[in-house]
Design a protein around this ligand. Structure first.
Ligand code: IPM
Ligand code: MG
Length: 375
């Protein structure tokens, strides 16, 4: 030991195959000889079941003492199933499950979810080899703000009815039969995410940014997003702003994916767009992401926890390896980041070592070892 490592990185495997893919990341990071200390943290379903909290306070405290976090995957289930899963002594005590990754994004104000969807030539799952889409998803507000009601409280019903004629048609159902999820968007939130997209465009020589929403129907929230995007675009001469509706944009993604550059959207629309875009370049096994704030960042593959494969080292680790690459980028480790991406691209191009989703029979660790071998 030669004293303190350069970086302290929180190590959060989470649930299911989270640990499998984190082991793969570790293999590659060690090969790159990153000067880091990896600090394990508790997060996920296990801690929900045993403590009634999938993101214990001790984990939040730990993250505050690290530079950034690498995160595996999380199992989430709807309310009733979650309650049933609790240890008997915790049931009926008012514990409410809320996705810990969504909470992390909100708690650390990780406003930008950056999701590159790039085709690496040689991947047989690519829809085409010339796709290079980058999705900027607003990560802390919008429809995933977490402001929800069921049943609808009387006071909320009264306020809504007093302020909006459209509420009249719901009153007859009774508030005990009405669920409400609020789509809350702020000018600051819209400005932040659109600015990130334009900054990225400028830095990477991209020609256009497309803001995706549905302002003809969601007039207030969608309207705010589009107006704010126009203001921001005014500060970036030479980069075109395009405006599309979410439904049409999904169609064009399938139709002309090679023409699409940078997409920026509110939380739920960005969530949907990023899965769709990921599928064009190999699916969730290749989809990486970064949750970025001003001071902190969490890097994670977009995929879920695939409980049925947990511990089998069967799933594709590329999404995780590319997420680790984004982490290296963010840390300013440009050279290591580039080498890692190059190694991933090479292994994909050769096509000799592949997990089942790509038609191969190699394990996650074999794929990671192949990547490490190229470094
Ligand atoms: C994602 C996932 C998460 C999200 C879930 C697991 C909460 O779908 O990162 O895209 O919706 O943000
Ligand atoms: Mg998603």
């Amino acid at each position: 030991m030669t004293g303190l490592a350069k970086y302290r990185i929180a190590w959060l495997p989470g649930d299911g195959i989270g640990k499998d893919v984190m082991d793969c990341a570790r293999l590659v990071l060690d090969q790159l000889a990153l000067d880091a200390e990896y600090v394990p943290g508790d997060i996920g379903w296990e801690f929900w079941k045993s403590e009634g909290d999938p993101l214990p306070q001790r984990t939040i405290d730990l993250l505050k003492q690290t530079d950034c976090a690498l995160f595996g995957a999380i199992t989430s289930q709807p309310g009733e199933e979650a309650e049933q899963a609790l240890a008997p002594e915790l049931r009926g005590k008012g514990h409410a499950y809320f996705s810990p990754i969504v909470r992390l994004r909100q708690q650390f104000d990780l406003h930008t979810n950056l999701r590159p969807c790039k085709a690496y030539p040689g991947n047989p799952l690519n829809q085409r080899d010339d796709i290079d889409i980058v999705v900027f998803r607003e990560n802390t507000e919008g429809l995933y703000s977490g402001v929800e009601f069921f049943p609808l409280p009387q006071e909320v019903l009264e306020v809504l009815s007093a302020h909006h004629p459209s509420m009249a048609k719901f009153e007859k159902f009774g508030r005990e039969n009405i669920a409400l999820s609020a789509r809350i968007m702020t000018r600051q939130g819209c400005e932040r995410i659109v600015t990130q997209a334009f900054d990225y465009a400028r830095k990477h020589g991209r020609r256009s940014v497309t803001v995706v929403d549905k302002p003809n129907i969601l007039r207030e929230t969608g309207g705010l997003m589009i107006r704010t995007a126009r203001e921001v675009a005014g500060r970036y001469p030479g980069i075109t702003l395009q405006e599309t509706n979410i439904d049409a944009q999904c169609m064009w993604l399938v139709k002309n994916p090679q023409d699409i550059d940078i997409l920026v959207a509110e939380n739920m629309f960005g969530d949907i767009l990023s899965d769709l875009a990921a599928q064009l370049v190999g699916g969730l096994g290749f989809a990486c992401s970064a949750n970025l704030g001003a001071e902190y960042a969490v890097f994670e593959p977009t995929h879920g926890s695939a409980p049925k494969y947990a511990g089998q080292y069967k799933v594709n680790p590329m999404a995780m390896l590319l997420s680790a690459r984004m982490m290296l980028d963010w840390l300013g480790e440009d050279d290591r980041a580039q080498r890692l991406e190059g190694a991933v691209a090479e292994v994909i191009a050769e096509g000799r070592v592949r997990t089942y989703d790509v038609g191969g029979s190699n394990t996650s660790l074999e794929v990671a070892a192949a990547v490490a071998g190229k470094l």
